[in-house]
Design a protein around this ligand. Structure first.
Ligand SMILES: Cc1cc2nc3c(=O)[nH]c(=O)nc-3n(C[C@H](O)[C@H](O)[C@H](O)COP(=O)(O)OP(=O)(O)OC[C@H]3O[C@@H](n4cnc5c(N)ncnc54)[C@H](O)[C@@H]3O)c2cc1C
Length: 469
């Protein structure tokens, strides 16, 4: 039971609101992007500034509360919330400040992808990050972050310059390449394990109008397209990032009615190079592949591409997803993909292969917590449907599909494409960086206060004492 006077003190200390069970706003405030996850925290502290975050961390500790950190609330297994504990909700902390001279962007932890795209576009700049405008930039960054600019400019963490952090003991520090380097290393892929990030500084890259959009083929052409794609991608210019999808045409405008509900394979393209070279870059697709059933590739402002999926994937759908890192696409893997794509349980369910080659591979395996620097793709298999009654079917499909293709992958997965899958998967993901992450956790959060995440468990104090004796 929470002490009422300490809750009153928290309310008095915060510039932001504290929402409790029974408050009118409670149900709206606790909602997550994935409606399959229904968590009921005791308190939601909507922090307005760093001082609010410090007070909230103190409150969580003093009251021995399980404490979650919420950025955009997009996490698949709902790790931006918790049951019967405290949510440190950063949603109100939204500022974006561009420094065009230095080409850097300071981003508040409540920002979503679209906030950063919108602010940067006015300056012809973008932070390499994700592909859906509603995704929280904080959780995405701390897990790694990939999207259309990744092949040219690397992961989001490869463009992170600095982060301000409130630690588990409520102290505050800044981590960058020359201060608190161990923490800076761990934040670049290690998720929310080390503290609450209250501000990010990113390098911004020159991006304005891109040549981009979707191309669809019938699923029957899938084998030919996938075999072509596995050869094409590694030698394609890094400015060109076509991701591959096995999907169904959504039964909605603006898609042509005659295609609604049709199973397809797709390349969702983005070329961020000189526009007069775009047709030349696209030529192999047009010359070497069958005629597509839809081709909507053309010049568009980068934020328009980034919001393309928004109407298809609104908040409140049921989601179950699983991922893997993929280096090669064998014929056997392609067979397995095509057989499960043909059995997708809903129109919105998909498999995507996002390229993480190019610039990602130019960073060493141990330079940041994200260790997988030799994969070609980050794969996600997502079962999605609006109807809660289909939760079982989409979950079963995603699990069975994943089991069929997992033998052809590198083992670990992007932490932001995992459900709660246990320690072995987390270890496999971080590989040779895992022990260093544990050592960093021991230093910055030895009591595992921040444990609502893909958790790096600290070594217990007793076992440390035994090891030292
Ligand atoms: C529709 C959709 C599209 C996506 N597209 C992409 C994509 O293109 N590229 C990509 O890389 N990923 C993508 N993702 C995955 C995305 O990166 C994860 O879902 C990520 O967890 C979202 O971050 P969030 O801030 O919204 O999450 P939240 O649910 O708010 O938080 C998730 C976790 O992040 C941590 N966290 C959040 N904020 C902070 C903070 N300030 N300090 C410390 N820890 C924090 C916490 O551990 C928390 O448990 C997508 C997800 C969805 C649902």
């Amino acid at each position: 039971m929470l002490n009422e006077s300490s809750v009153s003190d928290l309310k008095a200390n915060l510039r932001g609101r504290v929402i409790e069970r029974g408050d009118r706003e409670y149900d709206e405030a606790r909602k997550l992007y994935n409606a399959m996850i229904d968590k009921r925290p005791l308190l939601i502290a909507q922090c307005a500034d760093v001082a609010d975050v410090i007070s909230s961390v103190c409150f969580g500790r003093e009251n021995n509360l399980i404490t979650a950190i919420r950025g955009g609330g997009h996490n698949g297994p709902g790790l931006g919330s918790c049951n019967d504990g405290l949510v440190i909700d950063l949603t109100p902390m939204k500022g974006v400040r561009i420094d065009p001279a230095q080409r850097t962007v300071r981003v508040g932890p409540g920002c979503v992808q679209g906030d950063v795209d919108h602010a940067g576009h006015a300056f012809g700049l973008a932070v390499p990050a994700g592909i859906v405008s509603t995704t929280g930039i904080a959780g995405l960054t701390l897990g790694g972050g990939h999207g259309y600019l990744t092949r040219k400019y690397g992961l989001t963490i490869d463009n992170l310059v600095e982060a301000d952090v409130v630690l588990a003991d409520a102290s505050f520090l800044t981590a960058n390449a020359s201060h608190n380097e161990d923490l800076f290393w761990a934040l670049r892929g290690g998720g929310g394990n080390f503290g609450v990030v209250t501000s990010f500084v990113f390098r911004a890259q020159p991006v304005s109008t891109v040549f981009a959009g979707p191309i669809f083929w019938n699923l029957e052409d899938g084998r030919q397209i996938m075999q072509w794609y596995r050869k094409f991608l590694p030698q394609a210019p890094v400015e060109f990032c076509p991701f591959f999808g096995l999907k169904t045409v959504p039964s909605m405008d603006p898609f042509p009615r005659e295609l609604w509900g049709r199973r397809i394979c797709a390349l969702i393209c983005c070329y961020n190079g000189p526009l007069d070279k775009a047709e030349e870059v696209m030529n192999p697709i047009r010359r070497e592949l069958p005629s597509p059933i839809l081709d909507w590739v053309g010049p568009m402002p980068f934020p328009a591409l980034q919001s393309m999926f928004d109407p298809i994937l609104p908040k409140g759908l049921q989601w179950y997803w699983k991922g893997d890192f993929v280096k090669e696409l064998s014929d056997e893997a392609i067979d397995a993909h095509l057989s499960y794509a043909a059995k997708a349980p809903s129109e919105l369910s998909f498999m995507h292969l996002y390229p993480i080659d190019g610039a990602v591979q130019r960073v060493g395996q141990n330079e940041a917590a994200w260790s997988c620097r030799d994969a070609t793709w980050s794969m996600v298999i997502a079962g999605i449907d609006p109807d809660p009654a289909k939760a079982g079917a989409i979950t079963a499909w995603a699990k069975q599909y994943w089991e069929a293709v997992d033998p052809y992958t590198l083992g670990g997965a992007y932490v932001n494409f995992m459900m709660e899958e246990g320690e072995d998967r987390i270890r496999a993901t971080y590989g040779s960086n895992y022990e260093r992450l544990v050592a960093t956790k021991n230093k910055y959060d030895p009591d595992n206060f921040f444990r609502v995440n893909q958790n790096i468990e600290p070594t217990s104090r007793e076992s440390e004492a035994i090891a030292a004796s």
